[in-house]
Design a protein around this ligand. Structure first.
Ligand code: GAR
Length: 195
């Protein structure tokens, strides 16, 4: 048993959410980020993890979908919670089975609206704008075998004002993501009696 509960973050890109999570748990008494994993060798999240001296693991499609190596790595590190933060691949069944109710995701919209395959990043916000929605937001949810479909853990909303463009909507959503994701992770670990 480790003294602190252990979080693994999966990210495919910039990793601004991963950054906030690593900051939040850097000096936390009861939980820590143990590993950052990515499918993208050029992802900026790798640099961010290095800055926190957190180990990283890069995998390819074959390793992720056809072997047990990622599951074995997470098990060997005794990871308690897996956090997807801008991770764009579907989670395979072996990983879901190995970590039941222990994988969560953040999505930049109010699910079940604007979710599903291909709905990520700007595609989400552009669809929200095209439909002239009056509000949007973020959803933190458990992960299952479908994109963006597991049980919702937390949602937060913002208003879309006249004249808000893609950049503004992205900004408003990102502010909420950064505000809530680390806190929701902490609360979830507490509820799971793992803190
Ligand atoms: C976040 O906005 C997250 O909600 C989104 O990717 C972005 C990653 O940003 N995820 C999805 O769209 C998943 N369907 P980041 O790399 O700066 O954290």
């Amino acid at each position: 048993m480790h003294l602190k509960k252990r979080i693994a973050i999966f990210a495919s890109g910039s990793g601004s959410n991963a950054q906030k999570i690593m900051e939040h748990f850097k000096k936390h008494n009861e939980a820590e980020v143990a590993l950052v994993l990515t499918n993208n060798p050029d992802a900026y999240v790798l640099q961010r993890a290095d800055n926190f001296e957190i180990p990283t693991h890069i995998f390819d499609r074959y390793e992720f979908y056809k072997t047990e190596s990622v599951v074995n790595l997470l098990k060997s590190l005794e990871v308690d919670l897996i956090v997807l933060a801008g991770f764009l691949w579907l989670v395979p069944e072996n990983l879901l089975k190995a970590f039941p109710n222990k994988i969560i995701n953040i999505h930049p919209a109010l699910l079940p609206k604007y979710g599903g395959k291909g709905m990520y990043g700007d595609f989400v916000h552009n669809a929200v704008l095209a439909n002239k929605e009056e509000e949007s937001g973020i959803t933190i949810h458990f992960v299952n075998e479908h994109f963006d479909e597991g049980e919702v853990i937390h949602q937060a909303k913002f208003r879309i004002e006249d004249g808000d463009d893609l950049e503004m909507i992205k900004f408003k959503g990102q502010q909420l993501e950064h505000q809530y994701y680390p806190k929701v992770i902490e609360q979830l670990l507490k509820k799971m009696k793992t803190i």
